[in-house]
Design a protein. Structure first.
Length: 568
């Protein structure tokens, strides 16, 4: 009996040990598999992933992230051959930059030419290199080189003023940091395996220099120093900064397809801004906006000034030529007009053109910041409201005018006849102004004020007696709903018809007021262009009320058009 009992206990313990061992092995295997997945995940981590997990302030100071490979070997070789590079590069700069300097010579000066030009004995340092993968597969290789140069060049400009004074001006203490882009394209089966090299200044991070009159002080002639500095910066921007690129043929061939060409137009409607920072001690700011795709004086657009207003309504239209929609941006800078004094900066904003869907209007609010590069200032400076439409060349036929299917529009503002993509940028802008006609869209706009919701209480009893005033801004036509008594969620369901003479440049303003026997108090407002209803014909939308703590209004818009053309 004891034998069987012992055998039973032994079997039970043995089976238990086997089950426990199998379970342990299963858990161990599962842990190994989980660890392998974790290690694989860490192996796939990028710099951006690690920064999301652990913010920069928690890294030790010796940890440095860089997406660019170091180029110590290249810097050593460049230092050896720099005297020869200096001679070749100096002549290249002289022949390519001098015509640009003449082009941007300001009115105060009559001419600017190089008297001396050598790059000195200090070679630049390449601090990193990277290959742009997105460009590599398009029949070429794109490389970006990060460069830093604190040089000792000998650059002397012969400058003649309009008053007959000749000034030999020396450019000193040059400090430069930037990224150069090199494109080796097209790839061929002949050594060195590419037909040409394109080079461009992809990013200008920092450029500092000082000006000194040889044997004198440039500050003794007011305005000359600023004029020269602006000319130099404009020349760099226009001659070598991306998307401009210089082409060096390596093998015989036609490389005109690598040159900078306009690829489309960007139509911008500067609608309004709100809550701008007040820069005036007495009264309010007098804001105006400067818009540009390329920061060159002849390519910038300036809006009108709205006096004594922190919530300006511009409703102005501008058109820009686009050379590279994948990398260019639209920049908006808002200033306070100070009259005879220099305008005071309020804030700026930027939108990437690659975020725009061709042929489709984008309605966007942009928050103004102090600096687009270093965004450390968290102070609220206001917002700016834009409508953007990007139209690539060669696709005009696909963007039909919604009011007349037999007519093709390249934008909401312009009617252009055929303009070929091969036209040079300057000729293109000139041809555009000669060929375009203003499009005048007339019709009837039916506005149904449906209801409002969650309005702020303005009466002592916690209610309001709201009504809505409708204003067509350009024609100054007005209408008013009935008063909804003692409610914060009024329902009106009233329709008003407006005869609109120029719908593309008109705006609808809705103001919500509280009716009172002794006074009327404005609760809030919203304003809108007619762009969307022009495109879609009928729109039902909900708008938040500006200037109110809460509340939104529901409206329905319907458009009955009549398209008219007026020669410019």
């Amino acid at each position: 009996m004891s034998f069987f009992f012992g055998m039973f206990v032994g079997l039970t313990i043995g089976i238990g040990l086997i089950v426990a061992f199998a379970r342990y092995e299963k858990i161990r295997s599962s842990r190994r598999a989980h660890l392998a997945k974790t290690v694989a995940s860490f192996a796939r981590m990028t710099v951006q992933d690690s920064r999301k997990i652990l913010p920069n302030q928690f890294y030790p100071p010796w940890v440095v992230f860089s997406q660019r490979q170091k180029l110590v070997w290249l810097n050593l070789q460049l230092k050896k051959i720099w005297p020869f590079v200096d001679e070749a590069a100096s002549e290249l700069i002289r022949t390519s930059v001098e015509p640009i300097l003449e082009q941007y010579t300001p009115a105060i000066l009559s001419s600017m030419k190089f008297a001396k030009l050598t790059l000195g004995t200090v070679a630049p340092q390449f601090t990193g290199v990277s290959i742009i993968e997105t460009e590599s597969g398009a029949g070429g290789i794109t490389m970006e080189l990060e460069l830093q140069w604190d040089g000792n060049p000998n650059i002397v400009l012969n400058i003649n003023t309009r008053v007959g004074v000749a000034l030999p001006v020396q450019v000193k203490n040059i400090g430069f940091t930037g990224v150069f882009r090199l494109i080796f394209k097209p790839l061929v089966d002949q050594f060195p395996c590419f037909g040409a090299v394109c080079y461009s200044l992809r990013e200008k991070k920092d450029l500092d220099f000082t000006l000194k009159v040889v044997g004198g002080d440039i500050s003794t002639i007011p305005g000359v120093s600023d004029a020269i500095e602006e000319t130099i910066r404009n020349a760099i921007e226009d001659s070598i900064t991306w998307p401009v690129r210089k082409i060096i043929p390596i093998l015989p061939g036609d490389y005109s397809d690598l040159e900078l060409k306009p690829v489309g137009t960007l139509d911008v409607k500067l609608v309004q801004a709100k809550d701008l920072t007040n820069k005036d001690i007495v009264g309010k700011s007098d804001p105006f906006a400067v818009l540009f795709v390329r920061p060159l004086p002849d390519k910038m657009k300036t809006s009108k000034t709205i006096n004594n207003q922190l919530n300006p309504i511009w409703n102005e239209h501008f058109e820009f030529i686009v050379e590279d929609a994948s990398t260019q941006h639209l920049t908006v800078r808002v200033f306070d007009d100070e009259g005879v004094q220099a305008a005071e900066f309020i804030g700026c904003a930027q939108v990437a053109l690659k975020d725009l869907e061709p042929g489709k209007v984008k309605d966007i609010w942009l928050k103004l910041v102090k600096d687009l590069v270093v965004q450390r200032d968290t102070k609220y400076r206001g917002q700016v409201h834009l409508e953007l439409l990007y139209c690539p060349f060669g696709t005009e036929s696909s963007f039909k005018n919604p009011f007349n299917p037999d007519f093709s529009l390249t934008s909401l503002e312009k009617a252009l006849k055929s303009i070929t993509i091969e036209t040079e940028a300057a000729d293109l802008e000139r041809a555009t102004s000669q060929r375009k006609r203003d499009v005048i869209v007339r019709g009837v706009l039916s506005v149904t004020v449906i209801a409002a919701e969650n309005l702020p209480a303005v009466d002592f009893m916690g209610k309001a007696d709201p009504y809505v005033v409708l204003i067509m801004k350009k024609s100054e036509t007005k209408a008013k709903t009935r008063v909804a008594n003692e409610t914060l969620n009024p329902v009106w369901n009233q329709t008003f018809d407006f005869v609109v003479e120029d719908a593309l440049h008109e705006m609808l303003i809705l103001e919500v007021w509280d009716h009172d026997t002794f006074k009327k108090e404005k609760i809030g407002r919203c304003l809108m262009t007619l762009t969307r209803v022009l495109l879609e014909g009928e729109v039902q939308e909900c708008f938040q009320l500006d200037g109110a703590k809460s509340g939104k209004i529901f409206i329905h818009l319907k458009w009955s058009p009549q398209l008219v053309f007026r020669d410019a």
